[in-house]
Design a protein around this ligand. Sequence first.
Ligand code: SIN
Length: 283
Amino acid sequence: MTLRISPLPGVGAEITGVDLAADLADSTFETLRGAFADHGVIFFRDQTLSEAAHIAFARRWAPININRFFAAHPVHPEIALVTKEQAQKDNIGGGWHTDHSYDEVPAMGSILVARELPPSGGNTLFSSMYAAYDALSPGFREMLGGLNAVHSARHVFGRAPDTAYNRTDASGGRIGNPDAAEALTDVVHPVVITHPLSGRRALYVNPAFTLRFDGWTVEESRPLLQQLYAQGMNPACTQEFIWRPGSVAFWDNRATWHFARNDYHGHRREMHRITLEGEPLSA
Ligand code: SIN
């Protein structure tokens, strides 16, 4: 098999000619690492990854972060279940976000494997935070470089979520773990980070978890944040991934946002997600 990396418009690259369940040679692994750093999200098709192989592939990249908010796989707690049941109206991840920006050391990324898909819909959108940053003028970029932003998850996963995030599971219970969310303290990250793998600059605010600029009020922060979010949602920065059986997406939380479409009511969708530990972020 010949490994091939095909960049996609907006963000990401599709990689063919590799079996993720195999014991990959170091040189193959380094090629994948380079593609991950360059493109922010890498997609694979026609994979046959068992749960054990999913875990083994993930461990090759970094230690696994056990999710505090989602249900765990009954046998493999390293795997978080991203499931929407047939009768459920709300989904997980149905808005632009990057995972774990509310952590002091945000997760590197996640490896999502399709296990059960609806007949149509349930695509995932991705957006490049490299491209969003690069599209800004030099003067604007310089101004942003002096700012930090405050991030939290309490308004999403906590006991009294904002109405936009008050999501319920198939039995009418809350999606998430409010006690774990309430235990979080707000964290501050640079608005523009230097990506730890690629060395490139990336915009690091997101609509779900960024509350405000550090030292600014929520009201003062809103217009500028909305402007940056509009840039992140610009179709020139985005790519829509259409899942098929055997598809795998591996995204970098420091270089991308993602958004799980919720357009398949009446059908079940089950994805297995493994999230990987990251490193401290700096400007
Ligand atoms: C997520 O991790 O935000 C969910 C992504 C998806 O289900 O497509």
